[in-house]
Ligand binder design. Sequence first.
Ligand SMILES: [Fe+2]
Length: 416
Amino acid sequence: MIRNPRIPHIATPFILASLVACGQSQDKVTSYTTLGGAESTGWGASESGDNQPGNADSDDAADDDSGDGDSDGGGGDDGGADSGDANGDGDGDGSGDGDGDDPPLLGTPTKENLRVAFIGDQGLGGDAVDVLDLIKDENAEFLVIAGDFDYDDDPSAWDEQTVDSLGEDYPVFAVAGNHDEDKFDGASGYQSKIVTRMQNAIDDGATCTGEPGANSSCTYKGLFMAMSGVDVIDGKSESADYLRGQLAANDAIWSVCVWHKNMNDMQAGGKSDDTGWGVYQACQDEAGIIITGHEHSYSRTLTLTDLGNEDAGHGATGTADLMVVGQGSTYVSVVGLGGRNIRDYEADKHDDDTWWASIYTSNLYLKNGEPVDDWETESGALFIDFNVDGNPNKAHAYFKNIKGEVIDEYDITRGE
Ligand SMILES: [Fe+2]
């Protein structure tokens, strides 16, 4: 049921339109408690109120707008599903011994050494252009944007900026953020621009289904992208169902889940509980790496196995430099340093958190569990190389800023 991606999305009511003020700068935080920190199970105070006045989360009513049948998951037979077994033989031991050294192939691999860039929260000009230039310099094969494009309701300007830096033919996938709602629809809206950029991938063999810029999914170069407009264009439960269905119906070794907003525990600043846990749990259960925007900083959790269970630290496990993604485990990374601005780590909301691997904000830089004392915070992008070192089940990721500094770096292994 691949919908013609050129058909514009029609008349989605926009429920949320609150703009979130940027955090004020404050002194840098030089200490941080990682695993085994404070016992306090609660820090509940920060959950309810937060500092966001506009989190009108009650938009599950929106479930009936753009839902138009996509949540069935039945369309999940993205093209990658079939060719999967072709290379399932090489490594061979498909027995699932679980030793970890040489895990069996678990589906369709990506192209070898496939480098993909991930950003969110861009803006126009300045750092946003530098980030796009970085993506080109790093030779990423395509770009995935987790929402908040130009902050100026100017789809044409945003698209021109993309083309100026990356070229007319560069493949880009994107989901809308809360700043992209008002100009999402229509012949000159964001969705139409997204469709044009996605078409470069489709012309190159990508297969896509769903609503471009909202709940949709694509397979390109073997990577399965389960994208969502959760709490922006689409409702929460609708989005969770959609992602779960799409992820379950494909057999890619590597899947990424991409949307804009957050839960407070899954970002390093003051963002409120917007998305619900359903989308996170769907991706955890179905082996999708979770990449979001919204908070204008970079962060990455440890491997998580119990998303939504704060008392259990969301099931954080393992080491900071190795993520394990499988049925029941994933991790979350926020890539909100696409150029707009840079926000603070909010200690009162996160000092009791026990699930972070790396945090890069204006006032705290934690790298693989170790605080860094002397640094400058710059915009940048996350790059993930899939199918590396001759192992289709292995990936390597790094966040690089526009000064060329590698801010975070880790391996990812695909577990069962
Ligand atoms: Fe933003």
